[in-house]
Design a protein around this ligand. Structure first.
Ligand SMILES: [Zn+2]
Length: 228
């Protein structure tokens, strides 16, 4: 408990602009996993408008805490470690689809994964082909392309071969008026390295600075330019 408290105290002394390091890394006290109020309000307004067009927007993943993301990370890390992969290989494999704890935009309460619950669907919902062709969420995607930005929402991981980092996610939207500031004020590189190495995240004592900084540039910064 002492160790945990000292970490909290250390990072509570760091603040980037108006935004605390806890808020940037998903370590605020948010037991109900609530979205930021402004983002939730904007979503509710957008949802009401979409409903009039027969689309029932549903958030399937909103706020996610650092602790939750670390559970996901450490579970995957152990699985790949048991398969004999090196720490670098494990890191590269996990960050194809998952974020390093402390770096998820879901920590910010501004980002959410959205589907249309009025559609008929089965199985995994967050797969790109459900949003294309004759997929069940095509109608929603067309509607969002036209309307989302007027409510402040932007797709983060766009289908653009010039974008680096995470793969295309047609479901992941961000409330730009807030998340732009959070990205701009995100931990600078040196604090980022120090943070990751102090949080009991598996593998972090073995991954090189260069690899972590490449992730910083390609993944954290590898978003839709309208969110920068
Ligand atoms: Zn997401």
């Amino acid at each position: 408990m002492k160790i945990i408290l000292s970490c909290i105290l250390l990072f509570s002394t760091l603040a980037y602009g108006q935004i605390s390091s806890q808020e940037l890394t998903g370590q605020t006290d948010n037991p109900k996993n609530l979205l930021n109020t402004s983002a939730q309000d904007a979503f509710n307004t957008m949802r009401a408008a979409a409903l009039k067009d027969g689309i029932d927007l549903k958030i399937v993943s909103g706020y996610r805490s650092f602790t939750r993301q670390r559970q996901i990370w450490n579970r995957k890390y152990k699985k790949y470690e048991a398969q004999g992969l090196t720490p670098d290989a494990i890191f590269d494999k996990i960050v194809e689809y998952s974020t390093v704890p402390g770096t998820s935009r879901h920590h910010w309460g501004t980002d959410m994964d959205i589907i249309d619950q009025s559609a008929t669907y089965s199985g995994d919902v967050l797969v790109p082909n459900k949003f294309h062709g004759n997929g069940p969420f095509c109608k929603m995607k067309d509607w969002m392309e036209i309307n989302a930005s007027s409510y402040g929402f932007e797709l983060v991981y766009t289908l653009n071969e010039n974008r680096t980092g995470f793969k295309y996610e047609p479901w992941h939207y961000s409330y730009a008026p807030l998340s732009r500031k959070l990205l701009q004020e995100y931990l600078p590189e040196t604090d980022f390295l120090e943070f990751l190495r102090s949080q009991n995240i598996m593998g972090m004592d073995q991954i090189s600075d260069a690899r972590l900084l490449r992730y910083y540039t390609e993944h954290i910064q590898g978003v839709n330019p309208s969110l920068k």
